[in-house]
Design a protein around this ligand. Structure first.
Ligand code: ADE
Ligand code: ZN
Length: 337
């Protein structure tokens, strides 16, 4: 049930966003503007037509449109504008720290240079830190439908930029592309000092979550919904204090759940799991982080304390230094009173 006091709490709580694909924040209006700026043909006549096409039956349906949409991103300024628009939106939701994913292989395979992508995203993140007070980490994802060799060569391109890139992730079509395919890639990434996370258990089975933990040695699980099918895995995730970056509106729009009331957020909280709430690809799934918080809070009737825990988990599960986590969590508790 809607609850204005709860909405006000969600709005004023400082939070971190840990699961956000920057290319998934490309709103239809910007898609049109960039298509025109770059002379790229798109098969839609209006932003409304684009939104109407965003009806997905599963992850792959979405990915096909998502990769097509990326085609309008060509120059450093395009990546800057995309990232800046997201940061302004995040600031409006009281997001104080972001750990955003980018998909370089979706751009380099179209002939856009790795540095063009990185420079534009990073310039906006730096401006966001200076002008909006939002700190950041940048996470490079490997597209799991591509080969191990392609991931290794992308990691080589990234290696000179360690320090500007803080971690690696694994995304795209999950089923049929298990984490074990990238065991050696992740070992190299860890040797470079990069943080590691992976999408697992969105559509894929609990075994993929086990593999992400055992073989990739991830520090977070992105999504992790299907971990709830495996009691031993639940116990392990709870014991290890593993953060799960759940994306409720994404789960609904990709038919991972059949109603927002089936979101695992409350069950995960009840099981003592470190769940967080995130937007994933907000331009495609109908909402930014506070929309996701409100959707689950209403559908699952979350308490004040549960909402505060979700926001705390977002800082605790981030790649920030311990002192920065503690500072954010102290500020959050003041606001929560
Ligand atoms: N790439 C962008 N969003 C994704 C998602 N939800 N799952 C897998 N890959 C993605
Ligand atoms: Zn994702």
């Amino acid at each position: 049930m809607p609850n204005p006091a709860r909405d006000a709490l969600i709005a004023r709580l400082p939070k971190a966003e840990l699961h956000l694909h920057i290319e998934g924040s490309l709103e239809p209006e910007m898609l049109f503007a960039l298509a025109e700026r770059n002379g790229v043909a798109i098969p839609f006549a209006s932003a409304q037509e684009v939104r109407a096409a965003y009806a997905f039956s599963n992850l792959q349906d979405f990915l096909d449109i998502y990769y097509q949409g990326m085609g309008v991103l060509q120059t450093e300024q395009d990546f800057y504008d995309l990232t800046w628009a997201y940061l302004e939106r995040a600031a409006a939701d009281n997001v104080r720290h972001v750990e955003i994913f980018f998909d370089p292989q979706g751009h380099t395979e179209r002939g856009v240079a790795f540095e063009t992508v990185l420079d534009g995203i990073e310039r906006a993140l730096k401006d966001g830190e200076a002008q909006l007070g939002i700190s950041y980490r940048l996470i490079m994802c490997f597209l799991r439908h591509l080969s191990e060799d392609e991931a290794l060569s992308t990691l080589s391109e990234a290696a000179p930029h360690v320090g500007r890139i803080h971690g690696v992730g694994l995304d795209s079509s999950e089923v049929g592309h298990p984490p074990r395919k990238f065991e050696r890639v992740f070992a190299k990434a860890r040797e470079l000092g990069l943080h590691v996370t992976a999408h697992a258990g969105e559509e894929g089975p609990p075994a993929y979550v086990h593999e992400a933990l055992d073989l990739l040695k991830v520090e977070r699980i992105d999504h992790g919904n299907r971990a709830l099918e495996d009691p031993a895995l639940i116990a392990r995730l709870a014991d290890e204090g593993m953060t799960l970056t759940v994306c409720p509106l994404s789960n609904l729009r990709l038919c991972v759940i059949d109603a927002i009331g089936a979101s695992p957020v409350k069950r995960m909280l009840d099981l003592g799991l470190k769940v967080t709430v995130n937007a994933d690809d907000p331009a495609y799934f109908g909402g930014y982080v506070n929309d996701n918080f409100r959707a689950v809070a209403d559908a699952l009737d979350l308490t004040h304390a549960e909402i505060v825990t979700l926001a705390e988990n977002s800082f605790a599960g981030s790649f920030l230094a311990p002192a920065d986590k503690a500072r954010h969590i102290a500020a959050l508790r003041e606001v929560a009173e």
